[in-house]
Design a protein around this ligand. Sequence first.
Ligand SMILES: [Zn+2]
Length: 83
Amino acid sequence: MARMTCLCGYHLSNSTEPEIDNLVFSLEKWAELLQEADETKGSIGMNTSDNYWKCPKCTRLYFFDLKTFKVKEIYQLEKRYNT
Ligand SMILES: [Zn+2]
């Protein structure tokens, strides 16, 4: 598995905290994957989605280039609304 240190200093590891590791799909892509899973009896290719880690301490999002597994974009919370 992988690990890295967030800009806030928190140590991120997808082996000890797998909930930080997420995939993002558009609704269109999600529908394609469901169709593909239906046609292949559950086997789908995950290589076209975005992958990001979310720091549980500061909520920064790290998006990865899936070809190089290097961080390509970092997002930081701008504002939080109480709901
Ligand atoms: Zn952080």
